[in-house]
Design a protein around this ligand. Structure first.
Ligand code: BTN
Length: 253
């Protein structure tokens, strides 16, 4: 049982021993689900990552969960939920697991340059109204090791901390942080509280990064994360560009 301290997020929780993908399942039930419903899988057999990648989700080793949201906001604002989620997870793993994670804009949490969490936000709706949003969060919690091909790019909270981390406490903490930041955004229509965290714990601000945009690869220095949550970079030719999440993937140099 989770010790929840939230009002809406997680008031309905669906827990599966095994599920193909909590995002897929959420999509199936979203129409009838109440706002804030959380879907959790002990294991995912078809976990999905961004850009059509797979997301490895072994049994009991991580937090594989999705939050169903039904806000009255235009679709153009939807991706802000990714940033709210990233800020919540980053704060929660610091508080509940004592791991110093950093946010790799827009949707990864890294520790020592290796990925510990990824976020996949998906939405459905029309041109000017969202029907629902699904925020999928995948955190490597108790993995002791990773397959050879992931060793240099992935890590888990247990590996970083050197001890087992309680997933229930962490989930409760993430949902609480998420609700606080989400509600602030909904009430005031500003991402300021979220961005404060994203800037404070940014893994990319001030750094030179590689920007992968489809087939294209550019190099640039990250100047700022603006008030809309967009990444402002200065490219090698001196030109400045604003990057929108969803279109790009950022790698360290
Ligand atoms: C990424 O970094 O590419 C995003 C990974 C998102 C993984 C989570 S795990 C829970 C939810 N269900 C999925 O199938 N994917 C997300």
């Amino acid at each position: 049982k989770l010790q929840l301290r939230t009002k809406e997020i997680g008031q309905e929780i669906l827990l599966f021993d095994s599920v193909d993908s909590t995002n897929n399942y959420s999509k199936k039930i979203a129409k009838d689900a109440i706002h804030g419903t959380v879907v959790i899988g002990e294991e995912q057999t078809g976990g999905r990552g961004r850009l059509g990648r797979n997301w490895s989700s072994p049994k009991g080793e991580g937090i594989w969960m999705s939050i169903i949201l039904k806000p009255s906001i235009p679709p153009t604002e939807g991706m802000k939920m990714t940033q709210i989620a990233a800020a919540s997870v980053c704060k929660a793993i610091r508080e509940a697991a004592g791991v110093e994670g950093y946010i790799k804009w827009p949707n990864d949490i890294v520790v020592g340059g290796k990925k510990v969490c990824g976020i996949l936000t998906e939405m459905a709706g029309e041109l000017n109204k969202i029907d629902y949003l699904i925020v999928g969060i995948g955190i490597n919690v108790n993995n002791q090791s990773f397959p050879e091909e992931f060793k240099d790019i992935a890590t888990s909270l247990t590996i970083e901390k050197g001890k087992k981390i309680d997933r229930k406490t962490l989930i409760a903490c993430i949902l609480k942080e998420f609700e606080t930041l989400y509600q602030h955004y909904i009430d005031r229509r500003t991402l300021d509280e979220t961005l404060e965290i994203i800037r404070l714990y940014s893994a990319v601000l001030g750094k030179t990064v590689r920007i992968i945009k489809g087939e294209q690869e550019l190099k640039g220095r990250v100047l700022e994360i603006n008030d809309e949550g967009l990444l402002k970079v200065q490219l090698e030719d001196g030109k400045e560009e604003l990057l929108v999440s969803g279109e790009v993937s950022i790698r360290s140099e």
